[in-house]
Design a protein around this ligand. Structure first.
Ligand code: 5GP
Length: 210
């Protein structure tokens, strides 16, 4: 059987990565979504083993020592990492494995697996992003600001990604990603300018000008 593809999906917090990945898995049966381990506390409604495997810092460090992670990184004060066993098993079964991870992890994956496809999901502008994150209501204002500052930093590394996809209409975004993975077709030309504009918008927001 042909091995599946490893697909890294990153993007601004609030760009709709999670929703897009869930829709992709629900629509096609050749995708598998990797569940990461993290040392951050569960948000209301999150379940252990579904959104994440929730670990203490010590448990997470033991996983690192035991070589159980494909990659890991620290993000806004917590550890996040991809468990190795599931990824290997699903790829061997011919499924495309989706990793929803941030940029440091994405770069590590590209180093280890040069055939991995790196996709960056964005909203069409900064205002939409800030609105979505505020509407989600799961974080306090200080955390939102920290995450926006981090998002602006992450946009610096966007050149490392193979594709930039705008998530405006969910169904279109899902279709575009499926096409990219299955045909390598790129219809995201020109989207780099969107990222430049968002970087500016986020900067104004975190500096308190919006
Ligand atoms: P959140 O706390 O909002 O769930 O996630 C924070 C960030 O960590 C997001 O950018 C998410 O994509 C990233 N992340 C989630 N799981 C992993 C992982 O296994 N490895 C890495 N490197 N980043 C992850």
């Amino acid at each position: 059987m042909e091995k599946g593809k490893l697909v890294v999906v990153s993007g601004f917090s609030g760009a709709g990565k999670g929703t897009t990945m869930k829709a992709l898995v629900a629509k096609y049966n050749d995708y598998a979504l990797s569940v990461s381990a993290t040392s951050r506390k569960p948000r209301p409604g999150e379940e252990d083993g579904r959104e994440y495997f929730f670990k203490t810092k010590e448990e997470f460090e033991a996983m690192i020592q035991a070589g159980e992670l494909v990659e890991y990184a620290q993000y806004v004060g917590n550890y996040y990492g991809t468990p190795k066993a599931y990824v290997e098993e699903q790829l061997a079964m011919g499924r495309n494995v989706l990793l929803e991870i941030e940029i440091q992890g994405a770069l590590k994956i590209k180093g280890k697996f040069p055939d991995a496809v790196l996709i960056f999901i964005t909203t069409k502008d900064a205002a939409t992003l800030i609105q979505r994150l505020t509407d989600r209501g799961t974080e306090d204002a200080a955390t939102i600001r920290k995450r926006m500052a981090r998002a602006a930093e992450e946009a610096e590394g966007v050149e490392a990604y193979d594709y930039i996809v705008v998530n405006d209409v969910l169904d279109d975004c899902v279709e575009t990603i499926d096409k990219i993975i299955k045909t390598g077709h790129n219809n995201s030309y020109g989207n780099i300018s969107i990222i430049e504009n968002i970087k500016e918008g986020l900067k104004s927001f975190t500096e308190g000008e919006l």
